[in-house]
Design a protein around this ligand. Structure first.
Ligand SMILES: Cc1cc2nc3c(=O)[nH]c(=O)nc-3n(C[C@H](O)[C@H](O)[C@H](O)COP(=O)(O)O)c2cc1C
Length: 327
């Protein structure tokens, strides 16, 4: 991890994890608890319904993390991050960027567009900009725009997942990029984190693993569905948001739709769909293939403690079995 992640960043982390931003799921409490447990906590800025609410959230996060740094001098407190949609569809883009400038989250994650304006602002206060990408074309573009990190969203990820295999994506990107790589897609336990590091990732991005956290904004029925589901309950479709994403089949059934008879997107009358309250993220719920590992609803601190334990067991076991092996 020391190689590419700046020393300042790795010194603040217990594990190389970003709790990924999730629309209608990530809360300020998730961010605070993640950072207090020594990983990077993040949230999409649009989870705060207005810029006024967003400012309150940012103030609270800054306050809680500075108190934690004072009171818990023996523990690492991870940096916080925000996710900014850099697209004309985001009407709050400029307004929210002003708040980024004011509260200076150490990491800003951009999605869906040209990150240039964001890099100007964030580099201006010494922060880092990471862009999430699902293919090589966007990875190259983001590098040209001066980002510090690439988040490779591979197959099986929650939300707007990519389709590229992790091994293929990371090795292809490493041919032209020596900066920070964050690997995403069904990373759920210590083995997965270690495997990502072996592949050459500096950090991992974990979304689905945290949806059922006690502190998340997801409703009790969504959390219960995650506990009951496996990756066989996931469908990859563009029907609900216009962009391909992974969704929980039981939530589609719950909304009265037959997942085996999903219409062709072009033939859908969206006004009708909204009328019947079928909305991606709100009641058509997303999760990645890693959903199989979710066994119960737990506080963030407990999930991260389990990840630490499983990471250290995986490392020990690897060293024991491979430490003396010649192949
Ligand atoms: C419910 C849900 C909502 C998401 N919302 C966002 C979002 O608002 N912005 C974003 O960049 N990514 C979003 N994502 C994608 C995650 O940030 C991340 O890429 C993904 O969860 C990683 O894969 P994993 O779920 O297999 O760990 C979302 C994912 C989920 C499951």
């Amino acid at each position: 991890m020391e190689k590419r992640v700046s020393k300042v960043l790795s010194d603040q982390l217990e594990l190389p994890i970003i709790a990924a931003p999730m629309f209608l799921v990530s809360s300020p409490q998730m961010v605070i608890e993640s950072c207090k447990s020594g990983i990077i906590g993040s949230f999409p800025l649009l989870n705060a319904r207005t810029s006024e609410i967003l400012e309150e959230w940012m103030k609270e996060i800054c306050h809680e993390l500075s108190v934690a740094k004072l009171n818990e001098a023996n523990h690492k407190v991870g940096p916080w991050a925000v996710n900014l949609i850099v697209h004309s569809s985001n009407k709050r883009y400029r307004e929210d960027l002003e708040l980024v400038k004011k509260y200076q989250p150490p990491i800003v994650i951009t999605s869906l567009g040209d990150p240039s304006l964001v890099t100007d602002v964030v580099h201006g206060y010494g922060g880092l900009v990471f862009s999430d990408v699902i293919d090589l074309k966007y990875a190259r573009k983001a590098v040209q725009k001066g980002v510090d990190g690439l988040i490779l969203v591979c197959s099986g990820a929650g939300g707007h997942s990519g389709v590229i295999n992790q091994n293929a994506f990371i090795s292809s990107v490493r041919e032209f990029w020596d900066g920070i790589i964050v690997l995403a897609g069904s990373i759920s336990n210590g083995n997965d984190i270690l495997a990502a590091e072996v592949l050459g990732a500096d950090l991992v991005y974990m979304g689905t693993r945290f949806i059922a956290a006690t502190e998340s904004l997801a409703g009790a029925d969504y959390k219960e569905m995650l506990v009951d589901s496996t990756f066989e309950d996931i469908i990859y479709t563009d029907v609900f948001s216009g962009v391909k994403a992974n969704y929980l089949i039981p939530s589609i059934k719950k909304a009265g739709i037959d997942p085996d008879q999903l219409p062709d997107r072009k033939s859908i009358d969206f006004s009708e769909m909204n009328k019947s309250k079928v909305k991606a993220w709100k009641n058509i719920w997303s999760a990645g293939h890693g959903v199989t590992t979710i066994k119960n609803v737990q506080p963030i601190a407990e999930i991260i403690a389990e990840l630490k334990q499983s990471y250290s067991e995986s490392l020990d076991s690897l060293l024991k079995t491979k430490g003396h092996s010649t192949f």
